[in-house]
Design a protein around this ligand. Structure first.
Ligand code: ZN
Length: 54
């Protein structure tokens, strides 16, 4: 039975807030790894990437 890949679901929790500058101009990246409870985001404002626990 096929299941949808949960890592491609970007609409579940809205934009993440950057912990460095507080901007919501962030994009979610898609790590292909075992840690599905954690997502990688990239801040377009200060150009830092950060992790967020899902
Ligand atoms: Zn930032």
């Amino acid at each position: 039975m096929r299941r949808l890949d949960p890592s491609v679901d970007v609409a579940s929790d809205g934009p993440a807030t950057c912990p460095y500058c507080g901007s919501e101009e962030t994009t979610r990246e898609h790590p292909r790894g075992p840690s599905l409870c954690k997502s990688i985001h990239y801040c377009n404002s200060c150009e830092e990437s950060f992790e967020k626990m899902g």
